[in-house]
Design a protein around this ligand. Structure first.
Ligand code: GLU
Length: 287
């Protein structure tokens, strides 16, 4: 079994990250497998070396270990370009020039009904889908997956994954994805951003396969993104790992902790003099 923790070095790790990393590390330990670390630093405007250094320090403090060298997404541009080329050559990507505002407005148009929210916000209304896609993959362009074309290319292939955690319904089992739901609730997601020549979805799928990850451990806030990842794995002919979506850490009042709540940073607890065991007890007592 290979599990992983894949933080973005864009701020301090908080309790939720610690819980996720510890869950993945313990699963690997229990199975005699390997826990891998991957630094998701594809966003040059937000990733900082000092946050990366703090990730290593925090995880070591919690008692985790992992093989070196650590995979860093900023060093993987060629692998992402190769995957984008495959999808482009199959006619499954198209360039998009819509701004966030264009998308909001098109999605709000009266004939569209209430805008649907997918894993990345409003489901793209398809404005640029009909654009000419001839020639080589354009550099420096936003590229979207044509979900309808992708599903047609996959034909009758069954899409789904094994949930070994709580999933959305609080139990594990096989989670099947339907074409109807993928079209209406996921739609044409961005696979290549202008500023990073890749996207979270594309990189995570390419790298989970490259690292031989058999069990993806992550919070249930990413449950819907997993649907996109399973479609990409099918299109790129990559294995589908098992997914373990764990509960989210909440504060004493039951409120989900904000992603970047610096008061809950592992380093803040450490600075206050808490021991790793006391912090681990905090994860365990928050349900
Ligand atoms: N890098 C993502 C984050 O920090 C998580 C990656 C994943 O589990 O797929 O939110």
């Amino acid at each position: 079994m290979n599990t992983r923790f894949a933080p973005s070095p864009t701020g301090p790790l908080h309790l939720g990250h610690g819980f996720s990393a510890l869950t993945a590390w313990r699963m690997a330990q229990a199975a005699g497998g390997t826990f891998l670390l991957r630094i998701e630093d594809i966003d040059p405007s937000r990733a900082r070396p000092e946050w990366e250094a703090l990730i290593y320090a925090d995880l070591r403090w919690l008692g985790l270990d992992w093989p070196e060298p650590v995979m860093r997404q900023s060093e993987r541009a060629e692998a992402y370009a190769a995957a984008l080329d495959v999808l482009w050559d199959c006619g499954l990507l198209y360039p998009c020039s819509c701004s966030r505002r264009d998308i909001q407005e098109a999605a709000r148009a009266p004939q569209e009904g209430a805008p649907l929210l997918g894993p990345d916000g409003v489901v793209y209304p398809g404005t640029c889908r009909g654009r000419d896609r001839g020639g080589a993959r354009p550099e420096g362009a936003v590229l979207r997956l044509d979900m309808a074309a992708a599903l047609a290319a996959l034909g009758a292939r069954e899409l789904g994954f094994s949930e070994t955690g709580q999933g959305l319904e609080g139990h594990g089992g096989y989670v099947g994805l339907t074409p109807e739901n993928l079209l209406s609730h996921v739609g044409d997601v961005v696979l290549c951003r202008r500023d990073m020549a890749t996207s979270y979805h594309l990189s995570v799928v390419v790298d989970d396969a490259a690292q031989g990850i058999t069990h993806v451990v992550r919070g249930r806030d990413l449950f819907e993104a997993t649907a996109i990842h399973v479609v990409l794995q099918a299109l790129l002919e990559l294995p589908v790992p098992d997914y373990h979506h764990h509960r989210l850490i909440r504060d004493a009042t039951g409120k989900r902790l904000a992603k970047r709540d610096d008061a809950r940073a592992l380093s803040a607890y450490r600075a206050e003099g808490l021991s790793p065991q006391q912090v681990i007890a905090l994860f365990e007592s928050s349900a």
